[in-house]
Design a protein around this ligand. Structure first.
Ligand SMILES: [Zn+2]
Length: 136
C-alpha cells in the first residue's frame, strides 16, 4: 500500500472484486469535494481512520462505515478499508491491535489516491449513469 507500484497493484486487486468496484463517487460527493477542496477531505479522512478504524476494537466494527454520505466512506468500501475484518482479509492488518500512526497515514494516502482518481475520471464527462436530461 505504500509505493506507487504497490498502490497500482492494490487497485488492480480491488478492480477484480465485483463488490469493491461497484463503488463510485456520486454527483453529491463531487460537489462536496469541489466545495471543500482535497485538503479538507484529507483531514476528514485522517479523522475517520483515527477514530473509526484505528482503535484495537473500534465501536460497531463491521458496520461503522456508511454506504454513502461522504466521499471517504465510498473510498473506504472501494478500497476494503471499511472495517477491521476487511483490513485483515485484504491488507493483512491484524485485528485486535491499534493501527500505528505511520500505517494510518499510508491508509489515508491510499484512500485519497482513490478519491483523486475517481474525481479526475469524472471531470468533463458529465454525470455518469444518468442519461436523461443531463448535458447537451
Ligand atoms: Zn468491511
Amino acid at each position: 500500500m505504500q509505493t506507487q507500484a504497490g498502490r497500482e497493484n492494490a487497485f488492480r486487486r480491488l478492480a477484480k472484486s465485483k463488490f469493491r468496484s461497484r463503488f463510485h463517487l456520486s454527483a453529491d460527493d463531487r460537489q462536496y469535494i469541489a466545495e471543500k477542496g482535497m485538503e479538507t477531505i484529507r483531514r476528514h479522512c485522517e479523522d475517520f481512520i483515527r477514530t473509526r478504524l484505528a482503535l484495537a476494537t473500534p465501536p460497531n466494527d463491521g458496520r461503522q462505515t456508511p454506504m454513502r454520505g461522504h466521499p471517504v466512506f465510498l473510498a473506504q468500501h472501494a478500497c476494503a478499508c471499511c472495517c477491521r475484518g476487511c483490513m485483515e482479509k485484504w491488507w493483512k492488518v491484524p485485528k485486535g491491535t491499534p493501527i500505528p500512526p505511520e500505517r494510518q497515514s499510508r491508509i489515508v494516502d491510499f484512500l485519497m489516491a482513490w478519491i483523486e482518481k475517481e474525481y479526475e475520471r469524472g471531470q468533463g464527462s458529465g454525470v455518469r449513469g444518468q442519461g436523461i436530461g443531463v448535458g447537451v
